[in-house]
Design a protein around this ligand. Structure first.
Ligand SMILES: O=C(CO)[C@H](O)[C@H](O)COP(=O)(O)O
Ligand SMILES: [Fe+2]
Length: 228
């Protein structure tokens, strides 16, 4: 498994997105938070801005859709160039059909869980997915405090994914920083979204490198302890 550091553009400069993106050449992906004032009490960016970002970068575009009715809207993001499209299972009417539609459009299919949503009811869906996102804050805003109560769910998701097999990324999002990333990696996460920690740093790319170093070290310790 490789650790991926995926800065969230939610904390970038919305008036200078290209400049912000150029500050993080070491990032593995750009995490794009789409919010609709319905599923979450905030409004961010949508398809036209994602398309504009797609035109200026070859980096992996990792979409996190915090929207109602993802069954209707998510496939279009895949068609327009998102590499990975994650919907919230709490909002999806037909998650299996939606995951298949995303894959058929060439994107990785991702399923996100809010802090109070358990992973176990969705265990049978895992072969349909390429990414599982465990939210470590309530979705809607950047800069919130990491919720340690989500760590056992990361552990349980890791165990389920190891049993399922396949190349499914286990992503954490919300309050991930140099103070919290080791706990996430030790629990089994391999993909780390960080917004305020990266773009609030004096040197965002150095912070990406620091987060990677911490995650890799925690992963090494996890492996030595006998976990996968
Ligand atoms: O999905 C999100 C919020 O709903 C963001 O990706 C996340 O909060 C990133 O911001 P930070 O690292 O500052 O918590
Ligand atoms: Fe996000």
């Amino acid at each position: 498994m490789t650790n991926r550091i995926m800065p969230s553009l939610l904390s970038a400069d919305f008036a200078n997105l290209q400049t912000s993106i150029e500050t993080i050449p070491g990032a593995d992906a750009l995490h794009v938070d789409v919010m609709d004032y319905h599923f979450v009490p905030n409004l961010t960016i949508g398809l036209p801005v994602m398309e504009a970002i797609r035109r200026i970068t070859d980096k992996v575009l990792d979409l996190h859709l915090m929207i109602s009715d993802p069954d209707r809207w998510a496939p279009t993001y895949a068609e327009q160039g998102a590499d990975s499209v994650t919907f919230h299972v709490e909002a999806a009417a037909a998650p299996v059909r939606l995951a298949r539609e995303l894959r058929s459009r060439g994107a990785r299919a991702g399923m996100a869980l809010k802090p109070a949503t358990p992973i176990e009811p969705y265990a049978d869906l895992l072969p349909e997915l390429d990414l599982v996102l465990i939210m470590t804050v309530e979705p809607g805003f950047g800069g919130q405090q990491f919720l340690d109560l989500c760590l056992p769910k990361i552990e349980r998701a890791r165990a389920l994914l190891d049993r399922t097999g396949g190349d499914v990324w286990l992503q954490v999002d919300g309050g991930v920083s140099a103070e919290t990333i080791e706990r996430c990696a030790a629990a089994g996460a391999d993909s780390f979204v960080a917004g305020s920690a990266v773009f609030g740093a004096d040197d965002p790319d150095a912070m990406v490198a620091e987060l990677r170093k911490l995650a890799d070290a925690a992963r090494g310790r996890r492996s030595q302890s006998g976990a996968q």
